[in-house]
Design a protein around this ligand. Structure first.
Ligand code: SF4
Ligand code: SF4
Length: 182
């Protein structure tokens, strides 16, 4: 009697809740560890671009300008895979428990972080964001032996003003080639 069983199930369905009364009922309870909307901490982010490289759906993109680098996150393409959080060296991007992404405008699903770029003191090309260079200098100095810290610090100040190509070609004239330590 399949039709009788079907009718019985239909009558039962009239009396029980088969889905949440979204958006009219109480907010849904999110389980701990739920992977929702990623959030970027603009203070911590150095603009290194690691998250964009790791992003599985290209929801994070780098927009490289002459003076600025923009980290552009579009939640409409996000697969909530958490790779951006895994690779970020600054702990600046984290998945939240927010799942509500509905909106009338596509732009409401987009977040930007704009960072100022450094220009090479020799060739004038932009290379890394200012913030990334400052963090790099800080980390190097934190991990250097006390007896060479002063000398390394002065080299770092010189080096950090030049792009990778100019550092390579100018390292002897700047007297910052690694050979000086041997
Ligand atoms: S990996 Fe982290 S620090 Fe680097 S651009 Fe992305 S959010 Fe910013
Ligand atoms: S969670 Fe995954 S898809 Fe979403 S922004 Fe991060 S890396 Fe990209």
């Amino acid at each position: 009697m399949p039709s009788f069983l079907l009718l019985k199930e239909m009558i039962k369905a009239l009396h029980r809740c088969v889905t949440t009364r979204y958006p009219f009922g109480p907010p849904a309870t999110i389980i701990h560890g739920y992977r929702g909307q990623p959030e970027i901490d603009k203070e911590k982010c150095t603009g290194c671009g690691a998250c964009a490289q790791a992003c599985s759906t290209e929801a994070i993109r780098i927009k490289q300008g002459e003076d600025t680098r923009i980290i552009d996150i579009f939640y409409g393409k996000c697969a909530f895979c958490q790779r951006c959080e895994d690779v970020c060296p600054e702990d600046a991007i984290r998945l939240t428990e927010r799942f509500e992404l509905a909106g009338y405008e596509k732009e409401s699903l987009r977040v930007y972080n704009e960072l100022k770029m450094s220009k090479c003191a020799n060739c004038g090309h932009t290379f890394f964001p200012d913030k990334q260079i400052e963090i790099m200098k800080k980390r190097v100095l934190e991990n250097i032996k006390a007896n060479i810290k002063t000398e390394v610090q002065s080299d770092l100040e010189k080096y950090s003003r030049y792009c990778v190509n100019c550092r390579r070609s100018l390292s002897f004239t700047m007297d910052t080639h690694t050979r000086k330590w041997y």
